[in-house]
Structure formats: C-alpha cells, structure tokens
Design a binder for this molecule. Structure first.
Ligand SMILES: [Fe+2]
Ligand SMILES: [Fe+2]
Length: 330
C-alpha cells in the first residue's frame, strides 16, 4: 500500500475553468503523426534483442547501488504508463491526431518499462550466479532489486489512481507544454546517466531510451508551438502551468525527494554538470516560450520543488540565472 501523501496541487492554475471535452484539441496535423511513425520505424530498436542479451554479459561488478536505484526508480515511473495513456486518451478524446500518437507513444513507453524490468531481473540473476550477494554492496543491490520487482510496481499504480492524473482543467497547450518538458528532462537524464554508469549494458539501454524520449519531446514541442502560433493570447496561461511543473515520479513514488537527489547525483555528479543541465533546460524552454517567459517560470515557479508551493524551497533569483547563462555563453 502506498504511503504517498502528495496530492495534486496546481497552485498557479487552480482557478481555471474546466473546458468541455470537445475543446481539448490541439492544431490538427496528420503529417506530424505520420512523421512520428516514420521515425518510430526507422530508428526503433528491438526489445526482443535486448531481452535476448544473456545475464552473463552484464558487468555487475561495475554496477553501483546508485545505478540500481536509478533503474529501479525509472522502471517504477515508466510502469505507470497504462494510467498515463488512459488519462491522455480521455483528455484528448476529441483530438484524433493526438490520440493516434498516444497509441504509438504508449508502446514505446511500455518498452522502456519492460526493458528496465528485464535489466533488473538480469542483475538479480548475475548477482546470484556470480555469488556477489554476500558482499555488502552486492547485498544492498540485491535488496533494492528484490523490492522493486516484488511489490513496488503495484504500489505505484495504486498511488497513481489516488494522487495523480492529467490536470483536467488545463488547456491543451498547457498539457503539451508540460509533457514537452517532462520528456526533455527524462531524455537528458537517461543520456547523462548512460555517460556516467560503468556498466555497458545499462549504458546501451539508456542511450536507446534517451533517443525515444527525445522523439517524444519533439512531437510535443511541435504541438505546443502550433497551439501558441494559432492563439498567442494563451501564452500567459502556458507560463502559469509551467510554473507548477513537476515530474510524474513526485506523485507516484513514496520517497521521491530522496530518490530525485540520488538520481541527480548519479547523472549530474558535479556542480558544473548540474549547471550545464540547467542551462540546457532553460534554452529548451526559451525555444518554446521565449526568454522572458522562461525567466518568469524559473524565478516565480515551483521548479525546484516539483510543482508544490513549498515555502522552504527558495526560488531562483534572476541574477543567478543570468550568471549561469552568460557564464556558459562566455
Ligand atoms: Fe520512457
Ligand atoms: Fe517518453
């Protein structure tokens, strides 16, 4: 049973009126859907090939407890895919193109869940076969793997039905703007962790996942831009929704705060890595909503506390952001 006590908050948009389902439409474009499918076919990877990699190919000696923590947490968040798909389909029921995309997207996210889960089972087998479970590090890894594979997926699904869902009061542009950021952050995370882990099979898997997440992010970014081009007056509402952006994990996993810190450390170990990543996120958002609006999102919003209005978490100051950006440019 999940102990998660976080609930939907939406501090900046909570007073928005609900739209009727027929108003939940983006700008139609079948071409975007076909373009996504084409890349899905062209650059798609084989889950079967990944499953067929024998456990003996894993270099578990090179795996750290932090690596396993990363796989476990990402697997849990990716496991929530059926609920996420159901939410999106319900929200976008009047938008055929987006629903068509969601069907393909759902398959890809399921692959992520299943591949990560399969990786954990290989780790467990490798630890047993190589008799590493008796070492302190091996025991820590084994306990983590065992827990993740045993009960946690069920607990996440339970948490998702209670704590989380797509904000039904959002405009379509707010939904796709938030999913763009979510996919971008996920892609960056996988890519950077792949570059830091010493275990080659995990690195290979994370590179594949990062490529998929990047394609997802591109689709949603396109949709966001189309919506904003068609109706520039909704920009302030999009900014408000981005101010309360939080990763879905925060609503799904009990100890997400701790997990988030550990994951950030594993993928962005140095202060320079963390700063560079912030600059990348800032640039990505600038491409969609412009520099001044992005500044507003980060200085007024709850980016650092995953969407929640947490007074103990200081907001970012504009001077600090400018310093980060110009230092990078310089
Ligand atoms: Fe994914
Ligand atoms: Fe994704």
């Amino acid at each position: 049973m999940s102990k998660l006590n976080k609930r939907e908050a939406f501090p900046f948009t909570r007073n928005q009126p609900l739209l009727s389902p027929s108003e939940h439409r983006t700008v139609p474009s079948q071409d975007d859907v076909i373009a996504f499918y084409r890349t899905h076919e062209r650059v798609g990877w084989s889950l079967s090939e990944f499953i067929d990699i024998p456990w003996s190919e894993l270099q578990v000696e090179k795996l750290t407890p932090a690596d396993v923590h990363v796989v476990e947490t990402t697997m849990l968040v990716e496991s929530n895919n059926p609920d996420y798909v159901a939410n999106l389909i319900e929200y976008f029921q009047a938008d055929q193109d987006v629903c068509d995309f969601i069907m393909m997207w759902g398959i890809e996210e399921w692959k992520h869940y299943y591949a990560l889960r399969n990786y954990l089972t290989k780790v467990r087998t490798a630890l047993t076969m190589k008799d590493l479970g008796s070492t302190a590090r091996g025991a820590e890894i084994e306990a983590s793997v065992h827990h993740a594979l045993a009960d946690d997926v069920e607990a996440v699904r339970e948490a998702s039905s209670e704590n989380w869902g797509l904000p039904m009061h959002y405009l379509p542009a707010q939904v796709v703007a938030n999913t763009t950021v979510q996919e971008f952050v996920t892609a960056e995370f996988y890519l950077n962790h792949a570059l830091h882990t010493q275990e080659p099979v995990l690195a290979k898997l994370e590179m594949l996942l990062a490529k998929d997440e990047t394609r997802h992010e591109m689709f949603y970014e396109h949709k966001t831009k189309d919506c904003l081009d068609a109706d520039p007056d909704i920009m302030p509402l999009v900014v408000e929704s981005l101010k309360e952006f939080g990763m879905p994990g925060a609503y799904l996993v009990d100890d997400y705060g701790e997990r988030r810190k550990a994951m950030e450390q594993a993928a962005f170990p140095t202060l320079a890595d963390k700063k560079a990543e912030f600059v990348r996120l800032f640039s990505k958002m600038t491409r969609i909503i412009g520099h001044d609006n992005t500044m507003q999102v980060f200085t007024e919003g709850n980016y650092l506390s995953d969407g929640v209005d947490d007074a103990s978490v200081k907001k970012m100051r504009p001077e600090m952001i400018t310093r980060l950006l110009t230092r990078r440019l310089g």
